[in-house]
Design a binder for this molecule. Structure first.
Ligand SMILES: *[C@@H]1O[C@H](CO)[C@@H](O)[C@H](O)[C@H]1NC(C)=O
Length: 266
């Protein structure tokens, strides 16, 4: 088991719709747009922010020691190995200095975007967790995780966070039922393909649609993937009850639903 902090995060996915916007005069709105495009531009240059990260609470490595050398080698390997298939894992070094790591890109992300995300993640995680032997960071497009423990093939129930849309749906009971139905269906589908990834849609009332995604890291067996996803689905009432969108994101699997299409090609 990885020794990350058991801290559960609750961060919100989207801002509340701002009533201030409708009251803005045109010039203020224009400068707001300008500022927004500047911020977006800056984001493309500097990169996107991680969704969340955990640093291992206890064990640290020594600057420029063998562990760090192995970690650097592993990062260099993963960013080349993962993009062609969307996933990579590897171990470098032996005994106390062994580093195990994996990188996973969201199933729809292109090779280039996958590579960009892993590059960004491997730089950023070293800033966020400079000398921690184990760490994990999540982005919209990828996940990067490493540890001195060999965690391959084990469901990570410890590193997990939620995100949700602040907006409430009008009919929470039937909506919750639908999200569960869609994601459970995808959890069944996902583990039968090699990518351990599934996406799908469900019709809602008033010609609205519900979009869903499930994905596991590919070190898991099919049955563990299913276990991980079912466990994540069972968390939905805690985070996302009656919310327009929600995600349960973990170190071994993640689920997401939205009432808008959120994939690259949808
Ligand atoms: C959604 O419902 C919660 C709980 O009833 C409430 O606190 C919150 O303000 C609502 N959010 C919006 C955006 O109306």
């Amino acid at each position: 088991m990885l020794r990350f902090s058991p801290y559960k995060c609750c961060i919100s996915l989207t801002m509340k719709p701002s009533p201030a916007l409708s009251k803005m005069s045109f010039s203020r709105f224009a400068s707001f747009l300008y500022l927004l495009s500047f911020v977006l531009l800056l984001q493309t240059v500097v990169g996107v922010d991680p969704l969340f990260h955990f640093c291992s609470s206890s064990e640290k490595f020594i600057d420029n020691g063998p562990y760090e050398t192995n970690l650097n080698k592993l990062m260099g390997y993963l960013y080349l190995a993962a993009p062609p298939t969307g996933s990579g894992k590897g171990s470098v070094g032996q005994n106390h200095d062994q580093v195990n790591g994996l990188a996973l890109c969201r199933g729809d992300v292109s090779n280039t975007d996958c590579k960009d995300c892993i590059t960004e993640a491997s730089t950023e995680i070293r800033k966020l967790c400079p000398d921690n032997k184990a760490a994990i960071v999540w982005y919209d497009h990828c996940l990067l995780k490493y540890s001195n423990m060999n965690f391959f093939g084990q469901v990570d129930y410890q590193n997990r966070f939620y995100m949700w849309n602040l907006n409430n749906v009008s009919y929470p009971t039937s909506f919750n039922q639908k999200t569960k139905e869609l994601l459970s269906h995808l959890a069944q589908q996902g583990f039968v393909n090699q990518k351990m990834y599934a996406v799908g849609e469900l019709e809602l009332e008033e010609s609205k649609k519900l979009y869903g995604l499930t994905q596991c890291t590919r070190d898991l067996s099919s049955s563990d993937c299913k276990k991980c996803l079912d466990d994540a689905i069972s968390e939905l009432p805690s985070c996302c009850d009656g919310k327009e969108g929600g995600r349960v994101v973990g170190g071994s699997c993640n689920i997401r639903y939205e009432i808008y299409p959120f994939l690259v090609n949808s």
